[in-house]
Design a protein around this ligand. Structure first.
Ligand code: HEC
Length: 206
């Protein structure tokens, strides 16, 4: 009989010990008999990491890489920080120039279609929210900004003869007034792709 009670107590402690506190919250880390894959060596988004020489966990796209399945007109990744020349700063002989930079290597109809397609994608991701998909300044955020007195301009008001391509490139890169710059989000080639798509939107609005 004595052993019956002893084993009953031992069994109860075991059952309560194993199942009793499941789902409860503790302030201390649990004892891990079998850690399985609870803890993993990984980089969390936006955290520092000593593995890389520059100490940043998040990696930038590798310069000069070209995406798999790249369409014609897609250029190697390049953010152009501190580099000079029309492709990087939109300026020819000190003033904003017009025309697509040679660096885009647009040599055929297919290249141009590729560039415009990329421009359309990037415009819809980064600009349409404020300036509207058609570029008429009637995006969702533009609408709400209007209620607090901020006007998002229609992009039709910036024709090529008065606002050269290089200037539009500059506005995309560094922003203007209340609009922020996109040089950290958009590689150089994507900014030019947006410039050409913006011209296409203007032409279609006539
Ligand atoms: C968060 C909303 C917002 C987004 C996103 C945005 N813009 Fe703007 N944009 C504005 C506002 C507001 C102005 C007016 C700025 C001012 O004059 O203070 C403006 C002005 C402009 C101008 C006119 C500059 C001038 O000379 O007055 C151009 C061109 C332009 N944006 C292009 C773009 C392109 C291309 C994109 C996408 C890469 C983009 N914008 C993304 C809000 C936005």
């Amino acid at each position: 009989m004595k052993y019956f009670f002893l084993s009953l107590i031992a069994l109860s402690i075991l059952v309560v010990g194993v199942f009793g506190f499941r789902g409860d919250k503790f302030s201390q880390a649990p004892i891990q008999v079998f850690p399985d894959m609870d803890d993993q060596d990984k980089v969390k988004a936006q955290t520092p990491d000593s593995f890389f020489a520059d100490g940043m966990g998040s990696r930038k796209p590798v310069m000069g890489t070209i995406p798999r399945n790249a369409q014609a007109g897609v250029m190697p990744v390049e953010f152009g920080a501190g580099r000079a020349g029309y492709y990087f700063d939109g300026k020819k002989d000190g003033t904003f120039g017009n025309g697509l930079p040679d660096d885009l290597k647009i040599g055929s109809e297919a290249d141009m279609t590729g560039l415009l397609g990329r421009g359309e994608d990037m415009f819809n991701v980064h600009c349409a929210i404020c300036h509207g998909k058609a570029g008429d300044g009637k995006g969702v955020v533009g609408y709400h900004l209007g209620k607090v007195g901020v006007t998002v301009p229609s992009l039709y008001a910036f024709p090529q003869d008065k606002f050269p391509d290089g200037y539009i490139y500059e506005v995309i890169s560094n922003g203007k007034g209340l609009m922020g710059g996109y040089k950290h989000n958009l590689p150089v080639r994507d900014r030019w792709a947006i410039v050409s798509y913006l011209r296409a939107l203007q032409a279609s609005a006539k």
